[in-house]
Design a protein. Structure first.
Length: 215
């Protein structure tokens, strides 16, 4: 699998805190050039939320972009999307049995031992993080730092996604350390002074696209 350099995560907690709907953010990021999106929803998957996720899936299909669902294999299957699992979620081998051979599956790791073990799992890419301190996750694992990204890159044959506290100020350092892609949440969401509009979100994505071309 060849991952795009920027991997936007639609974290519903972060979006709701800024008054941005899931579909608005997805449409804006896709218009800005996103080639992959992940839905990360830690709350209840209500019927209303699932309908919003269906709209995101349709937008991704129309844009030729991959859609990944965090944690929930059942909804990933219903949406015909890929799946991302963590250390405490469904085991990758069980996820592969459910999702089939063609689905994209990602797997989170938080240290070198987990990453080395992930290399032998039937997954398409491995995420490592948090690279830096992050406010997007409750009780995050300790930050690993850029040097650990560089060290882990040499231990893994699969694509490596770096996640956690990645901003436009540090993204190039992470990519130059060997990450194939940087997963971004807050770094794609302008502050109140930036104006929370579809246009500002699209522009933010476009700025990221221009940035990573220099890596």
């Amino acid at each position: 699998m060849r991952l795009p350099r920027v991997y936007p995560i639609l974290d519903t907690t972060s979006l709701e805190a800024r008054g941005i709907s899931l579909c608005t953010a997805a449409a804006a990021f896709l218009e800005g050039g996103a080639a992959i999106l992940q839905i990360r929803h830690k709350g209840h998957w209500s019927r209303e939320f699932f309908e919003s996720a269906q709209q995101v899936a349709r937008l991704c299909r129309e844009a030729g972009a991959d859609l990944i669902v965090d944690d929930r294999a059942d909804f990933a299957l219903l949406l015909e999307a890929g799946l991302h699992v963590g250390q405490d979620d469904l085991a990758p081998r069980d996820a592969r049995k459910l999702m089939g051979s063609d689905a994209v599956i990602g797997f989170s790791s938080h240290n070198v031992n987990q990453l080395a073990a992930a290399g032998g799992e039937p997954v398409d890419y491995v995420a490592l993080g948090p690279v830096f301190a992050t406010a997007s996750k409750r009780n995050p694992d300790p930050a690993v730092g850029v040097d650990e990204v560089r060290r882990c890159r040499a231990l893994l044959d699969k694509p490596l996604v770096a996640i956690g506290g990645i901003t436009r100020e540090n993204a190039l350092e992470v990519l130059n350390a060997g990450a194939d892609s940087v997963a971004v949440i807050a770094g794609l969401l302008p502050g109140p002074e930036g104006g929370l509009t579809p246009q500002s979100l699209r522009q933010r994505m476009e700025e990221w696209q221009r940035l990573v071309k220099t890596a």
